[in-house]
Design a protein around this ligand. Sequence first.
Ligand code: PGA
Length: 346
Amino acid sequence: MNIRFKTRLPWPLSFSFARAIQNPAMEIWAGDVSNTAAAQAALLKRGMGNQAAREGLYSREWMMDAATVSHNEAVRPVTASLQHQAKVLKRKKYVFGNWKMNTNEAKAKSLAAAIVQGMPLDQSMQVAVFPPFPYLSVVRESLCASGIALGAQNLYPASEGAFTGEVSPGMLLDVGCQYVLLGHSERRQLLTETDAFINQKVRQALAAGLSVVLCIGESLQQRETQQTQQVLDAQLIAGLAGVNSADMQGVIIAYEPLWAIGKQGQQASPKQVQQEQHLIRQRISQMFGQASAESLVVLYGGSVNPDNAAGIFNTLGLDGVLIGADSLNAEQFLAIIQAGVNALVV
Ligand code: PGA
């Protein structure tokens, strides 16, 4: 872990120096004074190996040698079970493309087809595209059986009725949507959507069986005046009011700082993203419990591109990305997906 993450960890990653360091030496010594020197050498070697690991320099040369073979036999089942755990804990990586108010029917169709064609075969990637409403159906046809999911960019919180120009959760399900984006900062700003209105949408979407991607994020001014935590907390508390912990399985949080969105946006550093995802999980833990916080999918959005994608995917605690501009170009979008595939070994 230190080899991979040392430069990005906010704290030192060390050991609990108990049996892992003592056992090889104890086994060699076995109460027999004639084994003392060999036991001391083993203790020194294990100590130095742990020091190397602490500094991110551990390699096979530090493994115990033939003299400690009995110890190695003993740890083998433990190693196997850790490998098993790592597999179980390996999380999916998410790449979601928000097409916003872009494309036309022909472009939407060919963009979806190009993504399907270049999509790497990897069960651990969850990819979804969010086209404008009028093209949901044609894009669904292009995505057919590709494993790429369909999402919508908005909905109205009612099942039907006199709501001119609006689209219901049921309509989205009807055209094959699995996800819906809610609370995007562009809608919060341009259409003055409030947290209370977003909350109505969240609850209606979940009740209908859609998965929600709830976008939250602070403005530059809020960040500069140290209000980030307060803003994210308020958006989570109000946006998820009345949702129960079982429904949280259908909620994804996209952290999208306003100052990072769009072509002119700066990109948040992996350290900032790591900090904010941690705050988000803390808040979710307080609201819905530790299990919900741990299983929560947290995405980052804001100027994600093929050049910065690898760094973002390797951010501890982050599950994936929500992409605007670069989701409109199949080559760029696929390059970002590939960065996610490469990061899956984490
Ligand atoms: P961007 O948009 O990737 O173009 O910055 C992200 C978003 O608005 O979801």
